[in-house]
Design a protein around this ligand. Structure first.
Ligand code: AP5
Ligand code: ZN
Length: 218
């Protein structure tokens, strides 16, 4: 299984990715998680990316495309992979298409912007694993602590309200056009294009997981 999860910041891509990757036995390739790991490690890439990410803008296509190319060449991607937060621009999508990367599905999770601010303000993450919680909607067993490792949870730097508003605008301008790009490709060349599926991301985490699994079985 090779698929893209498409959706606005806070749509629940990371949350649902965990379930999909478990079910299909594939790695989750989150460009956001990869960039945050580089920031934490203090690499030159991390130092450059931090400012951009904290402002809510996008890191350059060249850097991202290079990171993803390297990642999908790793042996654990031979069985498939899930892209979470990639591609995010038309040039990123074209780079994958031109490189002949075959995809089975593009799955869009659609959540209205009004619900997103509340989701982001309550989000807590475990940086080492990428596991994500919400203080109200998806709380850890012990407040502030990762269920699996017992390590502390953190709040992301870019989850401040004004940065979330900027990220939603960037999504509308630069990423949302991918919805038309992939749905038009699926209509015009169904033999080669990934199947395009869109689901509502409003409801409980379990309800959305059920919708995701149904979409990926059709
Ligand atoms: P990235 O890490 O990709 O952030 P994002 O796309 O903004 O998405 P999020 O991780 O914020 O949301 P999500 O959809 O994963 O939601 P989650 O499951 O956590 O990117 C960060 C930055 O890196 C970018 O701004 C950019 O600068 C850079 N970057 C990354 N990729 C790039 C690329 N390809 N090109 C250029 N730059 C790139 O859920 C959110 C919250 O809601 C959680 O608290 C969760 O518990 C809760 N929740 C989930 N489901 C539900 C539900 N059903 N009901 C209630 N709450 C729920
Ligand atoms: Zn995420």
């Amino acid at each position: 299984m090779r698929l893209i999860l498409l959706g606005a910041p806070g749509a629940g891509k990371g949350t649902q990715a965990t379930f999909i990757c478990q079910k299909y036995g594939i790695p989750q390739i989150s460009t956001g998680d990869m960039l945050r790991a580089a920031v934490k490690a203090g690499t030159p890439l991390g130092l450059a990316a931090k400012k951009v990410m904290d402002s809510g803008a996008l890191v350059s296509d060249d850097i991202i495309i290079g990171l993803v190319r390297e990642r999908i060449a790793q042996p654990d991607c031979a069985r498939g992979f899930l892209f979470d937060g990639f591609p995010r621009t038309i040039p990123q999508a074209e780079a994958m298409r031109n490189a002949g990367v075959q995809l089975d599905y593009v799955l869009e999770i659609d959540v209205p912007p009004s619900a997103i601010i509340e989701r982001m303000s309550g989000r807590r993450s475990h940086p080492a694993s990428g596991r994500t919680y919400h203080v109200k909607f998806n709380p850890p067993k012990t407040p502030g602590v990762d269920d699996v490792t017992g390590e502390p949870l953190v709040q992301r730097e870019d989850d401040k309200e004004e940065t979330v508003i900027k990220r939603l605008q960037v999504y509308a301008d630069q990423t949302r056009p991918l919805v038309d790009y992939y749905s038009a490709w699926a209509k015009s060349d169904p033999a080669n294009a990934p199947r395009y599926r869109a689901i509502s991301g409003t409801g409980t985490v379990e309800e959305i997981t059920a919708r995701v699994m149904e979409a990926l079985a059709s």
